[in-house]
Write a protein that binds this ligand. Structure first.
Ligand code: CUA
Length: 349
């Protein structure tokens, strides 16, 4: 029974919605199984019992109606459907009316990640909530339609641009649970698979105080974690080959050449502008890359941390894969990331 539940049932209940949703889900699934068996076994039995035998010339009875039978197969399903409707409506109301007193967390979805902004102003990219607390999410999207889905909590809601949608839950168990984007939203859709970390109330307070204190003195390390959390890494990879987006290693102090033929030295203000208004200056060779803006997504402190991390990326020795800029010479695209993709013959003049 346990194995059957594991294969066909829902994941373990980790929120108060489980007790409301699961009985109905089990009822509908159970009913579907029972009716499937009735129809399938009935069909097989009738095939055997009433099959045409050799020389069998019996006529059918000619009965077109059986009132009792027709009432039976009309009334029973109607009752079942009314039960499902009433039961489902109860669950729907439970899920769609957030409780008056709840912890409010703002959610910004973007390609490709989540920003969970807490009442105190700090934010995280995984959802962290205290146990046995009603939590309400107010969600909107910065770009396309996403959908926030937490199977263990039995909640799911689309996250739309230009509009707020709401969702609430009350976690009943500590631990880490899967959080998905359930709406295909582009190439790195899968990087929106994150976790919900349900902490005990004391642990949550400790975490909250850590967040309030900020990342300590190490802004560069904070910038590095942001670089991952915000999804920069999905496109601006830090591997040997240039990805779809400009390589961000060893760019500070170099010259960037733009689509309109102008050029500028990469300094802090250029980096700042590129994060907040990515389309202001587009590096030549990357005309078709549509980077999302991070205006309103990152705080001033986070912006500084990111820029400090980009500085760090420019002070590290180049990778040892043999295409070091010094050796290759400037004409061979040692700084390919800034001047265009390495395979673009026009990237260097
Ligand atoms: Cu966001 Cu899929």
């Amino acid at each position: 029974m346990n194995l059957i539940h594991k294969i066909f049932g829902m994941p373990d209940q980790a929120s108060s919605a489980g007790a409301v949703i699961d009985p109905l889900w089990n009822f509908i699934t159970g009913m579907a199984v029972v009716f499937f068996l009735i129809v399938a076994i009935g069909s097989l039995a009738f095939m055997v019992i009433f099959r045409a035998r050799k020389g069998d010339q019996r006529l059918t009875s000619g009965n077109a109606h059986n009132t009792a039978l027709e009432l039976f197969w009309t009334i029973i399903p109607t009752i079942l459907i009314v039960i499902i409707f009433a039961w489902g409506f109860r669950g729907y109301m439970f899920l769609s009316v957030p409780p008056g007193k709840a912890m409010n967390i703002q959610v910004i979805a973007f390609q490709w990640g989540w920003r969970f902004i807490y009442p105190d102003g700090f934010s995280s990219n995984d959802l962290v909530v205290p146990e046995n607390t009603k939590v309400k999410l107010t969600m909107s999207s910065q770009d396309v339609i996403h959908s926030l889905y937490i199977p263990d909590f039995r909640v799911k809601m689309d996250v739309l641009p230009n509009r707020y949608t709401e969702l609430w839950f009350e976690p009943t168990k500590t631990g880490q649970f899967d959080l998905y984007c359930a709406e295909y939203c582009g190439t790195s859709h899968a990087t929106m698979n994150r976790i919900v970390d349900v902490k005990s109330f004391d642990e949550f307070e400790t975490w909250r105080n850590e967040q309030l204190a900020g990342p300590g003195g190490d802004l560069t390390a904070y910038g590095e974690s942001l670089y991952r959390e915000l999804g920069c890494l999905a496109c601006h990879t830090l591997e040997g080959s240039a990805g779809q987006c400009p390589d961000l290693r060893n760019i500070v102090g170099e010259e960037a050449v733009f689509t309109d033929g102008t050029a500028a030295m990469v300094d802090d203000n250029y980096l700042r502008e590129s994060i907040l208004e990515p389309n202001a200056k587009i590096v030549r060779g990357y005309e078709n890359v549509n980077m999302p803006t991070f205006k309103g997504v990152v705080t001033e402190q986070q912006l500084t941390a990111l820029i400090m991390y980009l500085h760090k990326l420019s002070s590290e020795p180049e990778s040892v894969d043999g295409e070091s800029g010094d050796e290759a010479g400037e004409d061979l695209g040692g700084d390919a990331g800034l001047k265009g993709p390495p395979d673009d013959p026009e990237s260097d003049d």
